[in-house]
Design a protein around this ligand. Structure first.
Ligand code: NAD
Length: 307
């Protein structure tokens, strides 16, 4: 197909101003503009956060997220629509967010911020603080996110192990376990960190058995996708003291419902699916779109093609 008109769908607004990306792409040899739902059909390609049924009418859809679990792959395939995603860019961004969670737990920063809201001078107990150096983090998923987490945590002296489909080694991970050995992999870790995509295989992969296998003083982190974790089992594990705490960026239902107990649990940090937000986001997306426009022109396969 040929590209004449590329639309930046206004749903990307949740992550960055759509006009910033449209301006960044202005040098492409095609018409680029910010579009709403009623202008999708007039485009050959769309860059988007959310999914719309009208996307099945265009030739190419690019997701500004790495996770494309909301897109109906079969229908894209049947209607000959190319789907590309944005994996490969979130490594250090999410890695630093995860380091922030771990540092908060270790140095009690979340307690101090909560106390500050109440103008309360309240020093922690002598044995509450610890250092990250020498702790172990088990990272589920050893792709872009997992590797970025391993890199940043490694620089803080954390020993990082990984879980992937096969136990073959991956740079940055001291030890790698296969998914079937998940319970063994998490058993000794101070931190268990999910960076997995949502697939049929990963849905509820982290369940009550996994929390049971973790140490009682261990923390759980999810920056992958909410439904990879059985959230009811997580809440049980937190409330019963089976694990010490959790930092969560993604949830089974987003936005996290107001009545969720997760908002109020002491050792739980909740962030609103923003682990990868940075001022550079639109430029990284723009680079992928540029790359794919030039690949399309020279007849090469799309970069980051999913369907
Ligand atoms: P990626 O494709 O680079 O890495 C995914 C990794 O998961 C791969 O190494 C893959 O082998 C592994 N994997 C898949 N199924 C598995 C299974 N059953 N058992 C073990 N390992 C398995 O993708 P990425 O860029 O690292 O992103 C991963 C996911 O993180 C995305 O799909 C998205 O859902 C999520 N994400 C969240 C944020 C956020 O803001 N919180 C940002 C970026 C990505």
């Amino acid at each position: 197909f040929e590209l004449e008109r590329l639309g930046v769908h206004d749903s990307v607004e949740a992550v960055f101003p759509p006009s910033e990306l449209a301006d960044f792409l202005a040098d492409l040899p095609l018409e680029v503009g910010v579009i709403g739902d009623d202008e999708i059909a007039a485009c050959d390609a769309v860059v988007t956060l959310e999914y719309r049924e009208a996307f099945l009418e265009v030739d190419w859809v690019h997701s500004i997220q790495a996770g494309v679990d909301r897109f109906p792959f079969d229908e894209f395939e049947a209607d000959d629509v190319v789907l590309t995603n944005s994996t490969g860019i979130h490594d250090r961004w999410v890695g630093e967010t995860v380091a922030g969670y771990l540092l908060s737990f270790a140095r009690r920063l979340h307690d101090h911020v909560a106390n500050q809201q109440e103008r309360r001078w309240d020093q922690p107990e002598w044995d509450e603080g610890f250092t990250l150096s020498g702790t172990t983090a088990c990272v589920l998923g050893t792709g872009t996110l997992g590797s970025g987490v391993a890199e940043v945590l490694g620089s803080l002296g954390v020993r990082v192990t990984g879980v992937r489909r096969s136990a073959a080694p991956v740079p940055g991970f001291e030890e790698v376990y296969a998914t079937e050995d998940l319970l063994e992999a998490v058993a000794d870790a101070d931190f268990v960190i999910v960076t997995l995509p949502l697939t049929d295989e990963t849905r509820h992969l982290v369940d009550a058995d996994v929390f049971e296998a973790m140490r009682g003083d261990a923390y759980f982190v999810n920056v992958g996708r909410g439904p990879v974790v059985d959230e009811a089992a997580l809440i049980d594990a937190l409330e019963s003291g089976t694990i010490e705490g959790a930092a969560l960026d993604v949830f089974e239902t987003e936005p996290l419902p107001e009545e969720s107990p997760l908002w109020e649990l002491d050792e739980v940090i909740v962030t609103p699916h923003c682990a990868a937000f940075t001022e550079d986001y639109f430029r990284a997306i723009g680079d992928i779109v540029h790359e794919n426009v030039s690949r399309l022109e020279s007849g090469e396969e799309f970069y980051n093609r999913v369907v």
